[in-house]
Write a protein that binds this ligand. Sequence first.
Ligand code: COA
Length: 144
Amino acid sequence: MQANDIVDVVSIEQEANQFPWSTKNFQDCLKANNDAWVFVDNSDDIIAYTIVQKVVDETHLLNICVKPSAQGKGLGREVLNHVIDFAQSISSILIVLEVRSSNQRAQQLYSQAGFNEMSVRKNYYPATDGREDAVLMGMDLSFY
Ligand SMILES: CC(C)(COP(=O)(O)OP(=O)(O)OC[C@H]1O[C@@H](n2cnc3c(N)ncnc32)[C@H](O)[C@@H]1OP(=O)(O)O)[C@@H](O)C(=O)NCCC(=O)NCCS
């Protein structure tokens, strides 16, 4: 992901999420030199993206998103596999992420890939009617 991808990325982010990241959130991630990728279709249009942060020997998955019209076709799994390959390539021992407790779709994707629930952060996210818990999930890479 480059700075000039952010307009398209934010447009997908807004379409796909009820509480989307802002343009500044993405700009800050790139400025902080987090690793970020976009995935494009045959016409070179962005259809998915992900951002991770390396924290000592862990990889934190900060954002993963597939454009709604491209969802449900295996792309989310491909993007997640890319993150797992990357984390292994930099010798991370753990990948961690937070996901809304209501986001069953993403939790299903992570569980199928081998992530386990580690803990719950109560009232972590804003929600339409108050706050919502975050489920903290992790994938142990130390055996790979
Ligand atoms: C979560 C997300 C990345 C999944 O991407 P996707 O391309 O739709 O997922 P895939 O087609 O690769 O499906 C992979 C797995 O996800 C789960 N999944 C996908 N669609 C689902 C649905 N409608 N209901 C339940 N599980 C679903 C399934 O486990 C699926 O595996 P299966 O097809 O073998 O059952 C996508 O829905 C998305 O971008 N959502 C909005 C942003 C978001 O919630 N990001 C995660 C924040 S933590």
